[in-house]
Each structure stands twice: as C-alpha cells, then as structure tokens.
Write a protein that binds this ligand. Structure first.
Ligand code: PMP
Length: 396
C-alpha cells in the first residue's frame, strides 16, 4: 500500500540529537561499548522533596483533566518565581503551563508565525527551533556565530538579518549547545536594534537558567522595559530539577499571546499531567539552594572536561558559563584523513568518533555551527574521562 504522508511531515527533519542517540543505541545492541555524550539529560534523580509532593498529589486523588493553561496555584507559583528570579511581573493570565518547554516554544511559533514570515534563529540554536518554524511554514533564517565571539551575535548582525518579513527572533541563554550566557549589556545592545523594529517579537528560552557557573547570572530578555510587551519568556523544570520525563514547561508573556497558546493547546493536547503539575508547584517555589548540589557537580565535570579537551591537539575549546555542554571547534580536522577516513565536516567527525572511539556526540551542523561538535557532560565523571581518553587516542 502507498504511504501518502502529508508534505508537512515529509518536510520535517528528524531530530539530529535523537538520531545520534538511536545510532549509538544500535551499536550498543551490537555489543559495542558506547559512551553516550549526545543527550542533554541530567543523570540525577528528581529531588526527594519534589517526589514527595507528587506522591501526596496521587494520594489526594488528583486525577481529573486540568485547566488547559495549568492549575491556578501553579500559575501563581510561576508568577512568584518570575518575580523572584527574573524581576518579571506577570499576572496569572499571562502564564501558560505546557507539556515541556518544547510545547511552550512550539505554541509560540504556531500562534505568531504566518506562512512566509522570517524567523531569526540566533546560532547556535537548539535543534528543534528550525523544525518548528518549518512546520509553521515560516522561513528559518540563521544568524551565525562561532567560537571567536563566544558563540554570541553582534547587534550589527541582528540588524543586517532583519527584513520587512521578520516576525520573530528566537533567543536561548544559557545556550544549548554552546553553554554561552548573554550578559545584561549584550542583550540590551540587541534590544536597541529591535526597538527600531516594533513589529518583531522575541521568544527567550531560559530553560538552563539555574545551571550557571563562575558567578555568571543569566539575564531575562523581557526584563528590558522596551522588550517586555513583545517578549515571551519560556522556562521549564526538566534541566535544573532533573525532571525531563515529568514534562512541565511554561511561558510568561503578553496576555494575548498566552490566550492564543491556550487556545492552541486546548485543541491539541489539553492541560498537562495533573500529578506533575502539583509537584511543579513545590519545584518552582523551592529555594535555588536546594538544587545547588547538582549544579556544583556539573561545574566539577565542566572544569574536568575542559581541561581534558584542551589537551587534545586540533580541538579549540570554549569555556561554557551555563548548561551542561561543551562545543569545541574541530574544523582543524576538516579535509584531513583520520585512520584513513576523510573528514569533510562536523557530521563526518561525529560519526568518526562514534565508530572509532565509541563515543556519541552531536554534529554542530544541527545547531547552525558547522565547525563544532556538542559534547554533553551530563554524564558520570568516569564516563567523561574515559570518553575523552578515547577521543584523544582516535584523533592523534
Ligand atoms: N530548550 C532547550 C534549549 C533545550 O535544550 C530543551 C531540551 N533539550 C528544551 C527547550 C525542551 O525542554 P523540555 O524537556 O522541557 O521540553
């Protein structure tokens, strides 16, 4: 039988990170000793105090459909969190809780982008942004950056990318995959450009907010007064609270956008899981000190992996200030042969590492940075050390 799938789904690329994880799993099943550093998932358990809140919710018989935009008391808690951590004043009518930050971002794109609109993706950008824009029939326009500018764009680059068709800019700091964090001043300089273009909106993805190092504090784009009314701030519990599978994300933004996202969600998924939402109240209100042990551990691994990678000839290594990835520039290997294999681009390099070093990473191509690979250090120290040892051996 023919399989007449829609053009929409045929145009959608598969996620590069998930594809790499699948390939790594395949090799593992064949008996190869693969170390997976390709996924962005904390290797901690969800903290006990959050688990207890979920157990209490089950015992209190939370089981019904939830309000599409989330429980009122969870939205209150999110408003408290936005005020406490980001200096952002949102009312509950400006908050929408979703099935992961991924759904929050997809909603924003769906409700703002018309076919033919340009959406500016500030590279490096999270893999799904581009696919979400394609799904909304918008044009994903990449603004490139590299290791020489700590993976940040300049106001001049932003200005040059803007056209009358530009509708939305997608920002992410702390950044996946580079770990870079835009300072208040750097964001303010980008805002100066956007002030001249009042019809452009901003999605600011702040999901790695609490995972930051060296005293660097992430800054919320919506905290710039001129940007508040046209910025949607997205966050979630997956990363900082080790709750990837609980699927809780949320946004704060202009009420009319929040309402539209609720309408979208009401037709597609309805309100997210009741037990996870009850536990989320405890998580978002928890003092940040309660999750510091995880951030401290990531920091320890970060320092170790940077030290080890810097020792590999041909690797140019950035010093991430947030998230749990390092994004070395490996372009010095391009057009060279490693163990007889010609490396033409970062996909070749990532595949070489998988096959020859048995280490799974992700090609930078997927993030709009073709000179790099992403290595996650959300893994045990033992795995990190062994993986880098193997990489070094394979490339020397
Ligand atoms: N934004 C970024 C930058 C991410 O890395 C991720 C998860 N990998 C998400 C959003 C999605 O988060 P969630 O699991 O809450 O959907």
């Amino acid at each position: 039988m023919s399989q007449p799938l829609s053009e929409r789904i045929k145009s959608l690329p598969a996620s590069a990170t998930l594809a790499m994880a699948a390939k790594a799993r395949e090799l593992k099943n064949e008996g190869k000793d693969i170390i997976g550093l390709s996924l962005g998932e904390p290797d901690f358990n969800t903290p006990e105090f959050i688990k207890e809140a979920a157990i209490e919710a089950i015992e209190a018989d939370y089981n019904s459909y939830t309000p599409v935009d989330g429980y009122a008391d969870l939205k209150e808690a999110i408003c408290t969190k936005f005020k406490r951590d980001n200096g952002l004043a949102y009312k509950t009518s400006q908050i929408v809780v979703s099935t992961g930050a991924k759904q929050s971002i997809a909603n924003v794109v769906q409700v703002l982008v018309n076919p033919g609109d340009d959406v500016l993706l500030v590279a490096p950008f999270w893999v799904s942004y581009s696919a979400m824009v394609t799904l909304a029939e918008g044009n994903p326009i990449e603004i490139r950056s590299g290791i020489e500018t700590d993976f940040k764009i300049t106001p001049e680059q932003l200005e040059a990318a803007i056209t009358p068709k530009t509708k939305l800019v997608m920002l992410n700091s702390p950044n996946n995959p580079s770990g870079s964090v835009y300072s208040k001043e750097e964001y303010e300089a980008l805002a100066v450009v956007l002030e001249k273009h009042p019809t452009i909106f901003v999605m600011s993805d702040e999901i790695y907010e609490h995972i930051n190092y060296d005293g660097v504090t992430p800054f919320s784009f919506a905290a710039i007064p001129s940007m508040y009314a046209r910025t949607v701030t997205v966050n979630g519990l997956a990363k900082a609270f080790a709750m990837t599978g609980w699927r809780i994300g949320y946004l704060g933004g202009p009420e009319w956008i929040a309402k539209a996202c609720t309408k979208m969600q009401g037709q597609v998924t309805s309100g997210t899981n009741c037990i996870a939402q009850r536990a989320a109240i405890t998580a978002v209100l928890a003092p940040i000190g309660k999750i510091k042990y995880m951030v401290d551990e990531f920091d320890f691994r970060r320092k170790r992996i940077i030290d080890l990678l810097q020792d590999i000839e041909g690797f140019e290594v950035n010093v991430p200030k947030g998230a749990f990835y390092v994004f070395p520039d490996i372009s010095s290997f391009f057009e060279k042969k490693l163990r007889g294999k010609l490396i033409e681009n970062s996909s070749d390099f990532a595949m070489f590492l998988l096959e020859e070093a048995n280490v799974a990473t992700v090609t930078g191509d997927a993030f709009g940075c073709p000179n790099n690979i992403r290595i996650s250090y959300a893994a045990s120290l033992e795995d990190i050390e062994e993986a880098v040892r193997r990489i070094k051996e394979a490339v020397s």
